[in-house]
Design a binder for this molecule. Sequence first.
Ligand SMILES: [Fe+2]
Length: 464
Amino acid sequence: MDGAGVVGKARKGKERSKGLTYQEVLDLDTRDVPAVLREQSVPDLGTAPVAIARYTDPAFFREEVEKLWLRTWQYACREEEIPNPGDYVLYDVVGKSLLIVRQSDGGVKAFANSCLHRGRKLATAGGCKERFRCMYHGWTWNKDGSFAENPMPWDFPQAQPEKLSLPEAKVGLWGGFVFINFDQAAAPLESVLDPLPRHFERWRLEDCYKAVHVAKMIPANWKAVSEAFMESHHSLTTHPQILPYLADENSQYDILSDHVTRHISASGVPSPFVDQKKISQDDIIAAMFSTSGRTTGADAATIKVPEGATARAYAADIFRQTMSAEDGHDYSDKSDAEMLDAILYNVFPNMSFWAGFAPNLVYRWRPVGLSHEQTLMEVIRLKRIPKTGPRPRPAPMHMLSETEGWRDAPELGPLCDIFEQDMANLPYVQEGLNASMSGLVHFGRYSEMRIRQHHIMLDRYLAR
Ligand SMILES: [Fe+2]
């Protein structure tokens, strides 16, 4: 992290929330806490304001297309979506389109979804094919990208089959995800993900399946949308219903590497914004079970925390039991933190992976086509593959229409309310950015440090 300044222990005091630090919450855990949750990395990234044009200027966006979107690693699909040779999905971003194809040797390749004859897309939806035949004039490629056939070779003396392989993007694999990079000269995926693989060794997203996948077009710049999920303190006004059980203002924020940042909000602990004297352990657990998306089958209002226990420890125990009953795995030695907390890792530029053993969420943000004011937001929920029985099939993407909201995705459970609240802000964020007369936005020194890092990395790519 060049120029990142001091990397050290987060300090408590006037520069932090007066609430418990996350590390102090971990001290009370009923189990051993994994060492990676004890790591902290808090560079001083400063407090300089940031130009709003970064969200509103089409010329700035065109720079991002060339220097960022066509040069960064991006999560394209889950491996489980293309289990067999010839299985393929499409990955579209900034007007480009890739065929992500499972090979006979088990590997994955990514090819330009564009006929080398007159340019038609070779496929418009995923499927399984041995050969990709253009629907326009019939030029055909094998699933390994090599040229197979031209129905009229006599008229194309310039087209030598050995030089007609489909152009490829780089492919990398981690955690059951397939990543692509349009830039053949890009650094390896591993160098960009570090330290994510080390941190996730215990949480093994490769042992999960895609249980839920919901998407919607959001009328706002891709950064405005993704940055709405990089801090927790918007809960005060955006999600007041979760304040009884979410330690939002006192979340921990870390810059773990150039590309990887993290924030952690303890669950089962009230927000510092709540009057601590007026809230009981039963209030905490009732709010938690009615709004967190994690149900026990019991009526939330009837759950009572046993005498002497905390809501946090009791909720973690309930989740250990209910998850174990559901998927057959043993969670008895997993920490309260891993069962409960919102532990979000971000990988620059556009992905977020939730850690721990709660059903893991994944977010992905992409500009829609070449619009700087339209973003495709996807919410994916991974679940552990059950210990016995067949591997569940990955859920297909449920695309919400323009008139539908996140409450039209009941598969998200009560989380749909939270996403609806988040997304309801975003059109007005973009409108407000466009309406700004100061031309600047401000980020908190600590709680919005990850957003600042996002812009630092963006600048670094744009300077290349
Ligand atoms: Fe939110």
